[in-house]
Design a protein around this ligand. Structure first.
Ligand code: AGP
Length: 609
């Protein structure tokens, strides 16, 4: 939620900051703003709405200077407006902030008593005033920032400029992500890697409670109390084009089509063919510990939670360990039964989701071990976990998660193979069969993408409805949930995902000629039962869109439309059936003219509770 960026170096700051904001816009797009320092003066431009509005302002009134900060906002305190847009300025101290200052009301009233007047409804503005107030007493920018940050409670990633010491840029982090980019004689700081990727691949990941002071020639990282911290930059392997649309109309469409590559990359280097074994390079957990586990919790939010639900099927089936799946925001408040024999598996694309991070800390606090499935290298969740299985999806920019989801399913499958073998539940022959299926997956995903034209066609007939029902059974129930979530997020059509067997216990009352029911019915043990559900929908006039595979027969007369994916082992079928879910939501959203990559009210990473 919210993206921040800062630049200091020999180049003009505005184009660099603006370009960075474009790549951070997925984090929030209620308003945007930029501040630069030129000849000892701070210049600020802000605009309500998307970044394009700020760009227009800057075309009419350019901002010059070689030091700058920028912000793209997802509103928490104060409605989206120009007045509430960052940067916020108090007496020449200018702040951009991602996070929430929890004690801002108390600080605001104290500052009011000290004579400060406020021009916004935000929590952020108090930081600028606090720094101004402390500067009056100490006369030193850096010391004033340290004192101000020492007083705030909550979460922040901030970048701060001041006209009194125009050769410095200060940034700090507590609870919100912040990465430093080290260029040749220039420095960048931003909420996320892609914002700086076209300038440098050398990144330093700040920890909570760290503060960095940049000048054009130097950078010094310390803790908030001033203790120096030594950090070595890490070279990022993502390339700048991975964060471009690359000719596609939307990032989401590009990311859907990238799935064969993303899945192949997630598998690559992790299979030892001869022994039919899986190798997980950053697992960080002893085999003895994995053998002695009493249970696994899988914790996540949103789409990643849907992946977790599929993971339960895989792990219980092949590793024979009890698995409980929980939504991160629920787990952390229910005193979960974590012991030293418990593994908590957290799943997060961004690695920065506040509730998932807090759940990880809850598990650690109770003495449990944590393994993460994560897409963003060196993200907070990846760093704080005992081990990581990285998905190699590359940067996911579209707010609706697609390639991150299918690669999470692949990571879960790999982990299942690993732990299933360790615990003696998967013999070599079974593993070989499972690995052969896995290797065939990218090609089969490619085949699913060929459904694009058929799905675009049916989207025309479905775009005007107000509600959708998605049904699936077993490991396809999470895919029904995921299909419904994709549709809601980007087309704003109400949709519900249900276990098909539950239809008769309530949702059947909704069925009439207006209601499309997407039924996921691949050839497996429960196909006949799901086919019976399709007949029940048809008998009540409902419109069935069936998703099935080539092997299933006898479904054609039970559906208005049948979307056929290639056959594959049941454990991997959720990957294939996800693809038509993604394409259907995408095409309906495009026809409705919504903002596919940046749907209303949403942000890519939810870094506040
Ligand atoms: C998915 O389309 C969503 N935008 C959202 O549900 C997302 O999956 C969720 O916020 C979790 O994010 P994470 O994987 O980065 O933790």
């Amino acid at each position: 939620m919210c993206g921040i960026i800062g630049y200091i170096g020999p180049q003009e700051a505005t184009p660099i900051v603006l370009d960075g904001l474009k790549r951070l816009e997925y984090r929030g797009y209620d308003s945007a703003g930029i501040a630069t320092l030129s000849q000892g003066k701070v210049n600020i431009s802000r605009a309500e709405g998307k970044l394009i509005n700020l760009e227009k302002n800057l075309q009419a009134h350019p901002l010059f200077g070689q030091t700058g900060i920028g912000h793209t906002r997802w509103a928490t305190h104060g409605r989206p407006s120009e007045i509430n847009a960052h940067p916020h300025n108090a007496g020449g101290f200018v702040v951009v902030h991602n996070g929430i200052i929890e004690n801002y009301l108390a600080l605001k009233s104290r500052l009011r008593e000290q004579g400060h007047t406020f021009s916004s409804d935000t929590d952020t503005e108090i930081i600028a005033h606090l720094v101004e107030e402390h500067f009056k007493a100490c006369g030193d920018f850096e010391a004033a920032v340290r004192m101000a940050l020492g007083e705030v409670r909550g979460a922040y990633a901030v970048a701060i400029l001041c006209d009194k010491e125009p050769d410095r840029l200060i940034a700090a982090k507590l609870g919100s992500p912040l990465v430093v980019g080290q260029g040749q004689g220039e420095y960048f700081v931003a909420s996320d890697i892609p914002a700086m990727l076209s300038h440098t691949k050398e990144m330093i990941f700040l920890e909570d409670g760290e503060l960095v002071v940049f000048t054009k020639q130097s950078m010094a990282i310390t803790t908030l109390d001033g203790t120096p911290v030594e950090k070595t930059p890490k070279t990022i392997t993502w390339s700048p084009v991975m964060a471009e649309k690359d000719g596609y109309r939307h990032f989401m469409l590009k990311e859907i089509h990238e799935q064969p590559r993303a899945i192949a990359d997630t598998i690559a280097g992790r299979i030892r063919e001869e022994q039919a074994e899986v190798f997980l390079e950053d697992l960080g957990l002893e085999d003895d510990f994995l053998c002695a586990l009493d249970r696994i919790y899988i914790i996540a939010c949103g789409t990643s939670w849907h992946a977790a639900l599929v993971g339960k099927f895989l792990l219980e089936k092949h590793a024979r360990i009890p698995v409980e799946v929980d939504i991160a925001s629920e787990f952390r408040y229910r005193n979960p039964l974590v012991t030293e024999q418990t593994l908590t598996l957290v799943i997060s694309q961004s690695g920065e989701t506040a509730d998932t991070l807090a759940a990880l800390r809850e598990a650690h606090g109770k003495g449990g071990k944590v393994l993460a499935i994560c897409n963003v290298v060196e993200s907070s969740i990846a760093r704080e976990s005992d081990g990581v299985i990285y998905t190699h999806a590359g940067p996911e920019i579209g707010v609706a998660s697609t390639k991150a989801f299918t690669t999470q399913l692949v990571a879960l499958y790999l982990f299942t193979l690993y732990i299933g073998r360790l615990r003696g539940n998967l013999d070599q022959e079974t593993r070989r069969g499972m690995l052969d299926a896995l290797v065939s997956l990218p090609r089969k995903v490619e085949e699913c993408l060929e459904l694009d034209a058929q799905i675009e066609e049916i989207a025309h007939g479905l775009m005007h409805v107000h509600d959708f029902l998605y049904l699936g059974r077993g490991n396809q129930y999470p895919i029904a949930l995921e299909g419904a979530l994709k549709l809601k997020e980007i087309s704003y059509i109400h949709a519900e995902g249900y276990p098909a067997g539950e239809m008769k216990h309530g949702p059947i009352a909704l069925i009439d000629e207006q209601l499309p029911v997407v039924v996921i019915a691949p050839h497996n043990d429960t196909m006949d039962k799901v086919a019976a559900n399709m007949e029940e929908v048809q008998a009540r006039g409902g419109r069935v869109v069936a998703v099935t595979d080539k092997v299933a027969t006898g479904l054609a007369d039970k559906a208005e439309t049948v979307l056929v994916v290639p056959p594959i082992v049941d454990d991997l079928m959720p990957v294939l059936t996800s693809i038509p879910m993604q394409l259907l939501a995408y095409h309906i959203a495009v026809l409705k003219g919504t903002d596919v990559d940046q749907p209303r009210n949403l942000a890519k990473s939810v870094t506040v509770e």
